[in-house]
Design a protein around this ligand. Structure first.
Ligand code: CA
Length: 398
């Protein structure tokens, strides 16, 4: 990992079970922001020091972008001074515990990559009509569950559920045999809207605090039996994972790229003056027990048909209120080539084409003690913004 001065993400850490505090990270050093506040480095910004001694980032985010950006800029200035590293505000990253940084309110998961929606449509429905008629008009989404979202390093047990392998027969109750990851990004909402008020698509980014790596774990066999007519339920809510650092929208400004052209034209409330995505390289690494790590997917956040701004405008077009700390999943981010698909369902094409691990084992779906590591970074003109990694191991069924 390579956390540069251009990045300055925000997270929550503790040392030896002490009170949790806000932190940033530079190289492999955790920077204790509460300690910097006590030392007076944020004087003049009119922020209570206790904001930095907190279980979550939400109170800090609620200060608004003017103040949070001022803190980020001040930290950048402070860290350029070599003498600062003599202060007792720095810890080796492997000595501290990193926690879930956001108290997540509501969680919505979109379905915004055209290639992913097409692949799933071919496998689950009809190759001739892979995209449903609404897909190019609506940023499709469902409401998920926030209680089962955990930070990198927390592992989970293989879920059980109703499975109907042959739909002419009766369902059985069993551990999933089609456990999968979904490579996604999480958008963290940094400002709320009032109930009844819609967010204009051209203002929508004012409501974004930042982004994390996100894994929307999925049980494909449970999903196939349960998803009609109301969509995913127990196939998705058993566990989801996020990376520990929230990368600010501001840190990602150098990595803007043009969004995909949308055809047919979308309704006016979804039309943007500037259609911009972010060029963020994403990677999925699989490590089987007793095997070397292997890269199984290389995708990019720019592979999004619907932008984050469109997702927010659509989410609130009916007057639905977003709150600080809400999490919007991007949906699985798949590129056009098989080596850029964002789930094993797509990579193994429903289990038909297994991948071969370095130790010779085959993978159609995930096995117990497999570890999935998602990584992300943006790099351009000597500026690098790293997302760190999101690491989770699958444990056997309880
Ligand atoms: Ca998903």
């Amino acid at each position: 990992m390579n956390f540069t001065i251009d990045n300055i993400p925000f997270g929550i850490f503790s040392l030896n079970n002490s009170q949790k505090r806000l932190a940033t990270v530079i190289d492999n050093l955790i920077v204790d922001l509460y300690e910097l506040a006590k030392l007076g480095y944020f004087d003049g910004l009119k922020i209570r020091k206790s904001i930095f001694k907190n279980d979550y980032l939400n109170d800090f985010i609620a200060l608004g972008k003017m103040k949070t950006n001022a803190v980020r800029k001040r930290v950048q200035e402070v860290l350029k001074d070599k003498h600062i590293y003599n202060e007792k505000a720095f810890y080796e990253v492997n000595l501290v515990e990193l926690h879930l940084p956001i108290k997540i309110g509501d969680y919505t998961d979109f379905y915004s990559s055209e290639q992913h929606a097409t692949n799933v449509g071919i496998m689950f429905r009809d190759p001739a009509n892979a995209l449903l008629p609404n897909w190019k008009h609506i940023p499709v989404a469902y409401h998920g569950r926030s209680s089962s979202i955990f930070v990198s390093g927390k592992n989970f047990h293989r879920p059980k559920g109703q499975i109907n392998k042959d739909e002419s027969k009766l369902p059985t109750f069993a551990p999933t045999s089609r456990l999968d990851f979904e490579l996604e990004m999480a958008t963290i909402i940094g400002k709320g809207n009032e109930i009844g008020e819609s967010i204009d698509v051209n203002d929508a980014e004012d409501y974004v605090f930042g982004f994390q790596l996100f894994n929307d774990w999925s049980a494909r066999d449970i999903q196939k039996w349960e998803y009609v007519p109301l969509g995913p339920f127990l196939a998705k809510n058993f566990f989801s994972s996020v990376s520990p650092w929230v990368i600010t929208l501001e840190a990602l400004e150098p990595f803007r790229v043009k969004g995909e052209i949308q055809n047919p034209t979308v309704l006016p409330y979804l039309q943007e003056k500037k259609r911009l995505n972010f060029d963020i390289k994403l990677e999925v690494v699989l490590q089987a027990q007793d095997s070397e790590e292997m890269i199984i997917s290389e995708s990019n956040f720019k592979n999004m048909y619907w932008t984050v701004a469109q997702q927010i405008a659509h989410h609130t077009v009916n007057g639905c209120n977003l709150n600080i700390g809400d999490l919007l999943g991007s949906g699985t981010i798949s590129g056009n080539e098989p080596n850029s698909f964002g789930s094993l369902l797509e990579i193994s094409w429903g289990g038909k084409n297994p991948i071969i691990m370095p130790n010779g084992a085959e993978r159609r779906f995930l096995e117990d003690y497999d570890t999935v590591i998602i990584k992300g970074f943006a790099e351009k003109d000597g500026i690098r913004v790293d997302f760190g990694e999101l690491r989770t191991t699958i444990l056997p069924t309880k």
